[in-house]
Design a binder for this molecule. Structure first.
Ligand code: C2E
Ligand code: MG
Ligand code: MG
Length: 606
């Protein structure tokens, strides 16, 4: 025993004497754990108090130097003593300094105690202040966060009182955010390991919530989220944790159930709970949701992995066309995760090792039948061959590796255009694909500007291809960024147009220059039958729409002369596709231009 421990026991004895309680325990709060430091009193009362417990079991009440006295068995602190002890009265004295609590004294008695009201509270406060020096954590603690309790639902209040949490409460629902749940999840896992029970992490995502938010406004969206939070709290028990993930996601951590028991029943209850219509500001709203689940000990032993795996299962649930699906993490999903992990590691290395390169596909103007523009398309030169972006960009997107990769593409394309122009090639513009992640970054416009000035490329020689979906994420922000890019003098095109679900009405608000019609429409222009009729009607509509907004219209993926003819008839301005040229290695681009020029000279000579 250290001298600190002895000093603490002495103080504990004084506290017991003041309250005339026979026994007591001092806990230290560290993160979201409460650790037993010393005990005082007969062993049959204190010996079996666990060495570690969730902090909320102690810190439910606002930390004030007022003991919570005589509350009998309903007090949460009682739960720290095994039922066999039969505790019927407890006094809890928070140990705190400068408003921060780092410990608690819990004094107990087997007898119910009516006489505690008259306890000398000041004397107890003095004892607590003597304890501070022995309990204070050696280093300052991050992010103390204590929202106003009375505005929060009861489960949340438990968490709100956690003294030293990292993370924050979500401002809309009052639920803890994902980071704040990390530690409680670890505690739940420790408990489960000791007690031989299971833990399930479920992530629930509301289907098509974004639409409600967009169409009916933020207030309705927020009101709906609050009601969903309440229903989820009602569905779960006191021991479970409920939190808010990002956007339309909620988290639930279910503890203390028998191992191997089905978490599906709970996921199903969660789904049912949101299925009943909601009433928000006069609207009746019906929702469906998807749930992903990961379990301890079956899927993982740590909270981080469980949360990640539940997210992966959710992703699978959402990918299915059927709404309201529940997916559990499986061995097959684990294999996928591992493969992705390998790919990500290799890709990270490839970026540093110079294994990424750009190919360039010519775009052809239909009036002149000449090409003066190219699209840069990324490739990965691996030892076993050239890999297409379809194989590695999704992984890059998920890991945010897409941001450094995107910056590299931008820089490389600008360097290349500058080399070609210096060599006298008539290349007016190179377009670069921009991923949603990249575009969403606050420093995106700055990055473009820096690359242009470092490579001394005139902005009019650069075009950025942005997809419909990245523009629709946050239309207002997109409008601002596009305007800033336009001001720089850079052109912007909307890539894969027609494949997103954006409303066309947004299009007129977006300051863009070119619409690129997706290959999905072009490929059916020569297949005959209803498919061709649909493709023709859609291409015609998109072309008309683009032109009415003053935009240039380019069709992607043209492979046959019949498709080309159809596009000429429909009045498209430019095309791109294997019919004219596949994407070329940079070294072959000058040949393409030389050939094009000699063909043009020959045909004008005849
Ligand atoms: P995208 O920007 O729509 O590019 C057009 C894709 O269609 C390219 O595939 C191109 O090789 C292919 N393509 C062109 N003409 C034809 C044709 O006639 N027939 C067929 N079947 N395909 C044709 P690729 O190079 O595999 O790129 C796929 C997608 O990957 C691109 O679609 C783009 O969204 C993305 N991507 C490519 N490079 C980059 C990049 O540097 N950054 C980002 N963020 N995305 C990129
Ligand atoms: Mg593109
Ligand atoms: Mg495209």
């Amino acid at each position: 025993m250290t001298s600190d421990d002895q000093a603490l026991i002495d103080q504990l004895r004084v506290a017991c004497a003041i309250t005339r309680m026979p026994a007591g325990v001092i806990f230290r709060l560290s993160g979201n754990h409460a650790r037993r430091v010393v005990t005082y009193g007969p062993p049959e009362l204190v010996a079996d108090v666990p060495l570690e417990a969730p902090a909320w079991r102690l810190a439910r009440e606002a930390p004030a130097l007022v003991p919570i006295v005589g509350r009998g068995p309903a007090a949460p602190e009682i739960a720290l003593f095994p039922p066999s002890v039969g505790v019927n009265a407890a006094v809890t004295v928070p140990v705190e300094q400068e408003g921060r609590q780092f410990g608690a004294i819990v004094l107990v008695d087997r007898e119910a105690r009516e006489d505690l009201e008259g306890t000398d509270v000041t004397a107890l406060a003095t004892v607590a202040s003597h304890i501070v020096i022995h309990l204070a954590p050696p280093t300052p603690v991050r992010g103390v966060m204590r929202p106003r309790k009375e505005t929060l639902p009861p489960h949340v209040r438990d968490l709100a009182a956690w003294p030293l949490s990292v993370g924050a409460h979500d401002a809309v629902t009052g639920l803890p955010d994902r980071r704040m749940l990390e530690e409680p999840v670890e505690v739940a896992l420790d408990d489960a390991e000791r007690e031989g029970t299971g833990v399930a992490v479920a992530i629930l995502a509301l289907d098509r919530f974004q639409r409600i938010d967009d169409w009916l406004g933020r207030d309705v969206g927020d009101g709906l989220l609050r009601q969903v939070a309440e229903r989820l709290l009602d569905t779960t028990t006191e021991n479970d944790l409920v939190g808010r993930g990002s956007g339309d996601e909620f988290l639930a951590v279910l503890t203390g159930h028998p191992r191997g028991a089905s978490a599906l029943a709970l996921a199903d209850r969660m789904l049912q709970s949101v299925r009943e219509p909601f009433h928000v500001q006069g609207y009746e709203l019906s929702l469906s949701a998807s749930v992903g689940i990961a379990r301890y000990p079956e899927d993982a032993n740590d909270g981080g992995s469980l949360l990640r795996y539940a997210g992966i299962a959710l992703h699978r649930a959402k990918a299915s066309r059927r709404r309201g699906r529940i997916e559990c993490f499986t061995a097959e999903l684990r294999e996928q995760v591992e493969r992705r992990g390998d790919l990500e590691r290799h890709l990270r290395r490839a970026l540093g090792a110079g294994e990424l390169l750009l190919h360039y596909q010519p775009k052809v103007a239909l009036d002149s039948r000449r090409s003066t523009e190219l699209e840069a398309l990324i490739r990965w030169q691996r030892h076993d061959g050239l890999v297409s972006p379809g194989h590695f960009l999704p992984v890059a997107e998920e890991s945010e590796l897409i941001v450094p990769i995107g910056s590299w593409v931008l820089l490389e394309a600008c360097r290349q255009v500058s080399r070609w122009r210096a060599a006298g090639l008539d290349i007016e513009c190179v377009s670069v694909n921009v991923s949603a992640h990249q575009f969403a970054r606050a420093d995106f416009v700055g990055t473009v500007q820096r690359v242009l000035s470092s490579t001394r490329v005139d902005p009019r020689h650069l075009e950025l291809e942005v997809t419909e979906t990245s523009l629709m994420d946050d239309v207002q922000a997109a409008v601002e960024k596009l305007s800033a890019l336009r001001e720089l003098g850079v052109r912007v095109s909307v890539d894969d147009f027609g494949t997103g679900y954006s409303s066309l009405a947004y299009l007129q608000r977006l300051p863009v220059d070119v619409l690129k019609i997706d290959r999905a429409f072009v490929k059916d222009l020569d297949v005959g039958g209803v498919a061709q009729q649909h493709a023709t009607a859609l291409t015609q509509a998109i072309t008309g729409l683009g032109h009415s907004l003053g935009l240039e219209v380019l069709a992607e993926g043209v492979e046959t002369v019949a498709q080309l003819d159809a596009l000429v008839t429909l009045g498209v301005d430019a095309v791109q596709g294997y019919f004219f040229s596949r994407p070329l290695d940079a070294s072959r681009v000058p040949d393409f231009f030389t050939l094009q020029d000699s063909v043009a000279r020959r045909s004008s000579a005849t």
